[in-house]
Design a protein around this ligand. Structure first.
Ligand SMILES: *Cc1c(COP(=O)(O)O)cnc(C)c1O
Length: 216
């Protein structure tokens, strides 16, 4: 199958699972080379997720010049010393997970005169090794983001691997709904249809679109 055919199939699956609700497909292009991303752009894909600031910078300068309507979100963990680069480069930062980062992003946005919306990443399964804020810290982090003038559009999470994800998906959806946040970013290659059934508004698909990743 060509990448264009794969994309069509994925979009059809998303549409079917969404059952009339608006759900977007993000192409996760970490460790995917620019030429391959361009194939996806040619096939009509416009929303992408990248995990690393440096990698995204080197790949997307040229691609964005050619495809100015492409949107690239940061979905990987962000160090505060790269906050300014991230604000310059990305269309949204989906991995805000701690007060220090919220402050760094707000400072960078003020300096650059550029508002970049964000998602709060939640460590929904409270796993010790994972990024994301704990559910118990979420209300305070959301308040802080609002006070700092960050535009919080929603939440993102990766549920624990090797478990039924549906319960975690529903927890995340509930969190977004009670806080009146419209974007619920959940679901990846292996479980995006289930995530949509649980209320996802944005699925992040890497492997199922681009194939197995080759480590850079
Ligand atoms: C890599 C990654 C994905 C995509 O994972 P696949 O299983 O390849 O679809 C989605 N979300 C985040 C945060 C990622 O880091």
């Amino acid at each position: 199958m060509t990448l264009s055919d794969t994309l069509k199939t994925l979009n059809a699956k998303v549409t079917a699972a969404a059952a009339g609700r608006p759900v977007r497909l993000m192409g996760v292009s970490k460790n995917v080379e620019a030429g391959r991303i361009e194939e996806a752009l040619k096939a009509g894909q416009r929303l992408f997720g990248e995990n690393y600031v440096q990698e995204a910078k080197s790949k997307w300068a040229g691609l964005k010049a050619q495809y100015p309507d492409a949107r690239v979100n940061l979905i990987g963990p962000l160090q505060t010393n790269k906050a300014a680069d991230a604000v310059e480069l990305f269309d949204r930062i989906d991995s805000v997970d701690r007060p220090k980062l919220a402050h760094a992003l707000a400072d960078a946005m003020k300096k650059q005169g550029r508002q970049v919306p964000v998602l709060i990443e939640v460590n929904i399964g409270a796993e010790p090794q994972k990024h994301g804020c704990l559910l118990s810290d979420f209300p305070a982090l959301l308040d802080l983001c609002n006070q700092l003038g960050l535009k919080v559009e929603g939440v993102m999470a990766i549920p624990p691997v090797g478990q039924e994800p549906d319960g975690w998906f529903r927890d995340l959806a509930r969190l977004a709904i009670i806080n009146h946040l419209p974007e619920i970013s959940m679901g990846m290659s292996s479980d995006f249809e289930r995530a949509i059934a649980c209320g996802s508004t944005l699925v992040r698909v890497g492997t199922a679109l681009f194939g197995e990743r080759h480590k850079a």
